[in-house]
Structures are given as C-alpha cells and as structure tokens.
Design a protein around this ligand. Sequence first.
Ligand code: AHG
Ligand code: MN
Ligand code: MN
Length: 335
Amino acid sequence: MATKNQSLGEFIIENQNDFQYSSGELSRLINSIRLAAKMVNHEVNKAGLVDITGSAGEINTQGEDQQKLDVFANDTFIRTLTKRQIVCGIASEENDDFITIEGQRNDHGNKYVVAMDPLDGSSNIDVNVSVGTIFSIYRRITPVGTPVQLEDFLQPGNMQVAAGYIIYGTSTMLVYTTGNGVNGFTLNPSLGTYYLSHPNMTFPDDGNIYSVNEGNYSHFPQGVKDYIKYCQTEEGDRPYTSRYIGSLVSDIHRNMIKGGIYMYPRSSKAKEGKLRLLYECNPMAFIAEQAGGSASDGHERILDLKPTELHQRVPFFCGSKNMVAKAEEFMTKYP
Ligand code: AHG
Ligand code: MN
Ligand code: MN
C-alpha cells in the first residue's frame, strides 16, 4: 500500500513481496539506483559553479557529443551497480557494447540486467533546464553462473520487471514501477531522503498538451503532419497547448501529471526516429502503461517490439491513451 510521505527506503522494504521473485535482489538494485541518483543530483545542482558543464570532448557511440555530466552520470551508475554486485550486466547509451559484470561474491551469479540512459536531455544542462536518468530492469534469460549475453538485453519491453526515471528538476524525483502501478518520490535535499509524494500516478485518459519538435515538421510523415494540424484546429477542447522541453523525462513527467501526448516520429532526416528503444522508449512505455497511458511506434505497442540491436531507435508516441489512439488513427491512413 502506498502511504503518502513514507520514505523510499521504507516503501521498498514494505513492497518487496510484490515482486514475482522476492529474493531481495531487486530491492537492493533499486536501492543502489536511489543512491547513484543522489550523487548525480548533487553534481547536477552544482552545474555552473564547478567545471562540469559543457562537452567532454568525446563523441559517443551514436555520434552525439558527450557532455561532462553524461560521462559523470554514466560512471556513477556503473560504479554503484558494479561495486554492489547486484547486476550481471549493464547496457548504457554512453557505451558501445554492454558491460559484463563478474561477481566476486558469486561469478555471474546475479539475475538482473539494467539498460539505462544515464543523463537524458543533456543538451539542457548548460542552460539550467531539467534533465533526467532513465532505467529499465530485466531478469536475465541465459543461465545464472554464465556471462551475460546480448540476448539478455534484447528482450521485448513487456518482459521488464521494473523501470523508472529520475528527474533533476525544480525538485528531484524518482518515479518507478515494478508492474504494480507507478509511484513518485521527491528528494528532500537537506535530509538526503526521498519521500513518497506522488502515490499511484496516473495519466489522465485525455489531455490538452502535445509535445513534439515542430522544427522537424516538414520532414514528418503525412499522418503526423495531419495529427499536428488536428491538435491545432479550433474545435471542442482544441486547439491543444504545445509544450516541448527537449528532455524526454521532463516532457513525459509533465504530460503524465497534466494529460498530454509526447511524439518523436520518424522523419526524412531520422528514418527510425531518434529515441532508443531499450533505455528510453521501453522504460517510459512501461511507466506510461502502468499509469493507465499508452505508448506506440505509431502502429504497434512499444512493449511488444522485439529489439534487434542495443542502440536501436524507434518512433515514439506516448501519453494519455485517447490521444495516442487518435494519433495512431491518423498514422494508419498512411501505412
Ligand atoms: P539524450 O540527452 O539522452 O541524448 O536524449 C535526448 C533526447 C530526448 O531527451 C529528447 O526528448 C530528444 O532527444 C530531443 O531531441 P530534439 O532535440 O531532436 O528535439
Ligand atoms: Mn535520452
Ligand atoms: Mn543521455
């Protein structure tokens, strides 16, 4: 039971039995994410005071300029998860290949893998706008005791056992699901403790916000163009309001609270869209569905897609279920 103002630590212990396999390992895993997120939060808050903003001078595996905070967040999450001997493998936006973790405790004995976007919306760091972290957790499918394999990471999103995000915003929040609804915890920075501030988060079935990078309009498929025009047409509760931060975590977080749709469609510039299936779309889709919303690639449920690559990109439509259904309706006119 979600009790308001309960600390995250208490909540994790109390709800441990909700997990299908309650060995305590998943609880410890979420605990270590909670800790790493506090370290990243501390660093994000200092941005501007210390030399942590700007480019790290490296290009990551997807051809994107790595920011110093991307590197810091990546190292922090990897170090925390590795040191605590909780997972057998980690896939990250910032690493070409997945990382195999050899346990000292029990060689390759851990059951879980994590896919993560350590810092989402990193182009917003230098301008003091919200950024986030996204994580997705699976039980491995290869035998425990053997090194983790690519196939452990390429499971469809409907096999996730937990997923969540941290938003480093005006306040810092950790929002996650283990398949029993979505709960949001706000960090009290002076105590260093997260408290349950948003129990049982739900996407309103309808909304009046649409979030898309309209600068790409002329490159969008006709179905998306028509849906955007529908959002802007004066009729009933329309036109909708346009809101786009450029940080997936923040855009979805706002839309979950207020009601809305987030879209990152394919375009003639980005043939498969921009967002990555494993550590952006799947975890956000799991959260959205658990909150009563939905997530689609424009035609199919995101969580049913079978990944083929670690850094695979997919078009993404996520939010209030009636809005996503409407967008899909426009998309089906142009198969
Ligand atoms: P990341 O910072 O992890 O690379 O992710 C950026 C993503 C996502 O957060 C955001 O919604 C989207 O890129 C914004 O892209 P555009 O600038 O193309 O709109
Ligand atoms: Mn991202
Ligand atoms: Mn990122």
